[in-house]
Design a protein around this ligand. Structure first.
Ligand code: ASP
Length: 334
């Protein structure tokens, strides 16, 4: 009988040890936008290129975190590469406005300091994410727009380019298609997400010092007019970070993400409702937004290194890596 108790005790202890999660030293999660990414329209070459782009951005951030660098540096490094990659809707290869120009938005937040920065409607700053971080670190403001944001970025020594630098053939064709479809529609449904080709890039990180950071960068919506600005540069809507809870970066139909203050809602549910990161994020993306017509997704990491990447669209370009060796690059619901 005594042996039986001993065996049961050992088995129980082994079970506890086996299920105990090891908190990772660092975590990096990135996204390249959520939307109608259909397998039918995706060629194997294109899929390989998207996956390689995500992997390259992930590697850049991971190298920084593994060496003991900050979450802020990792987020900026990953997003800069995604901005330079013409496949993603941010920086070069951003979607085009009604007038055929690129107008870029970005935001950055540090969970360590609670400080935040953003730029909206910039046309000449090569890396809008770097501009957003400079606003956070080197100005007394949170958000700068248009020509003023560009002048500030130049004064900070950031790279300034011509608007043509951002414009690719693919995005020019996409704009023509969207505008042709718009002309044919007699009663356009402004809620139809397929009407506007979108996308965004973002990153969230937990570093070895226990600090969180988040960043988001986008060209917004194809064919946007009148200086339209989405959720990506709005702190609390597209981006949020707080060491007490989590770091979040969103992608999707920006108007819905602004009205529902999505990024902050994840943190607020954790802080005030004592909800887990995954439950908080999934409830918003799968229960709160769909009845309203809000399509999109988000990536998030909490202070314990838990990761969540929910989306309610066909796909979301996404990837993560942790210090414990877990890593994944994914596009569809799998
Ligand atoms: N959220 C972005 C915007 O509304 C677009 C996207 O993420 O797809 O500007």
């Amino acid at each position: 009988m005594r042996y039986l108790y001993l065996v049961l005790a050992i088995a129980g202890l082994a079970g506890v040890l086996a299920t105990r999660r090891i908190r990772p030293d660092y975590v990096l999660v990135i996204h390249g936008g959520a939307g109608a990414i259909s397998r039918a329209a995706m060629t194997p070459e294109k899929e390989t290129a998207y996956r390689a782009g995500l992997q390259e951005a992930l590697d850049a951030g991971r190298t920084i975190l593994a060496a003991g660098g900050t979450a802020e540096d990792a987020v900026e490094a990953s997003i800069r590469l995604l901005e330079d990659n013409p496949l993603f809707n941010a920086g070069r290869g951003a979607v085009l406005t009604h007038e055929g120009t690129a107008e870029l938005d970005a935001s950055f937040m540090s969970g360590r300091t609670g400080m935040a920065g953003a730029v909206a409607g910039v046309k000449t700053v090569r890396h809008p994410i770097a501009a957003a971080r400079r606003v956070m670190e080197n100005s007394e403001h949170v958000m700068l727009t248009g020509a003023g944001a560009e002048a500030f970025s130049a004064a900070q020594g950031l790279e300034i380019v011509s608007n043509r630098f951002f414009i690719t053939e693919d995005r020019t064709r996409q704009l023509r298609e969207v505008q042709a479809a718009e002309k044919q529609q007699t009663t356009p449904d402004p809620r139809d997400p397929a009407r506007h080709k979108r996308g965004t890039v973002g990153a969230v990180a937990l570093d070895k010092h226990g600090n969180l950071a988040a960043g988001t960068s986008t060209g917004g919506m194809t064919n946007k007019r009148y200086g339209r600005v989405g959720d990506a540069p709005i702190i609390g809507a597209g981006t949020y970070a707080d060491n007490a809870t989590c770091a979040v970066s969103c992608t999707g139909h920006g108007e819905y993400f602004i009205r529902n203050v999505v990024a902050y809602d994840v943190a607020a549910r954790m802080r005030y409702g004592h909800t887990s990161l995954t439950t908080a994020a999934e409830e918003i993306i799968h229960q709160k937004l769909p009845p309203l017509g809000g399509t999109g997704g988000l990536i998030a990491v909490d202070k314990e290194g838990h990761i969540t990447m929910p989306f309610n669209t066909e796909g979301m370009y996404r990837a993560f890596v942790t210090s414990t060796g877990e890593t994944r690059v994914a596009i569809y619901q799998d």
